[in-house]
Design a protein around this ligand. Structure first.
Ligand code: TYD
Length: 203
């Protein structure tokens, strides 16, 4: 059977990527495609438990420990959800993936990016998404959208989130074939149309 597709949605907290992922899912389903939605951290089962620790644990968490937890969750998501569905010919849409770790733990926390790439490679068995959307937004607007109730990652500060944004833009420069940057300050409908345009062109 023809293999499916693996598409990831990336960007700052509050950039609107989850909304866009759901809109693309609707569009694909209306066109007769089988679609699976997942997210990192999370997905289902154990992944959701790891997510709970990563976002809400209120004691000290070392940067390296944080990275390994995201990576453990990734391996689980790839093995249990993504790969089986792609093998069955489905289109898997994933809210955050490898580029989040490079942007947040690499550019944001300052961990060695070469090492993160190596670890990402181990967590995914070397498979990269077929297509990645980065929803680019300035930090002020994204933090306004997130509001006052911030989780552990969202509370990391303006400088941290500026570095994350730069990280995503840098990644897109390095892999322009896979990573497409969209302006996330446009209307939901306009962004959705751009997502579809890119999807149809590439896929
Ligand atoms: P989430 O609620 O999914 O954020 P959003 O709805 O904005 O996507 O929380 C995920 C948080 O975890 C988010 O702040 C980004 C962060 N994160 C990392 O730091 N590294 C990673 O590898 C991943 C997957 C997420």
């Amino acid at each position: 059977m023809k293999k499916g597709l693996f598409i990831t949605f990336e960007g700052a907290d509050g950039c609107g990527k989850t909304t866009q992922m759901k809109l693309l899912a609707e569009y694909l389903k209306n066109n007769g495609k089988e679609v699976v939605l997942t997210r990192e951290p999370g997905g289902k089962g154990l992944g959701e438990k790891v997510r709970e620790i990563l976002l809400n644990y209120d004691g000290p968490v070392s940067d390296r420990c944080e990275s390994f937890l995201f990576l453990a969750d990734r391996a689980q998501n790839i093995d249990i959800i993504v790969n089986p569905a792609v093998e069955e010919g489905k289109i898997v849409l994933c809210d955050r993936h490898i580029d989040s770790t490079v942007a947040y733990q690499g550019y944001g926390r300052g961990l060695d990016i070469k090492k993160i790439n190596m670890l990402n490679n181990i967590a995914t068995n070397g498979k990269k998404p077929d297509l990645t959307f980065v929803f680019d937004i300035d930090v002020e607007t994204s933090m306004q959208r997130v509001g006052k109730e911030k989780d552990r990652m969202e509370s990391a500060g303006i400088d941290f989130h500026n570095r994350v944004r730069q990280g995503y833009l840098e990644l897109a420069k390095q892999e322009p074939q896979r990573i497409k940057v969209l302006n996330a300050t446009k209307s939901i409908d306009e962004i959705h149309k751009n997502v579809i345009k890119i999807f149809e062109k590439i896929v």
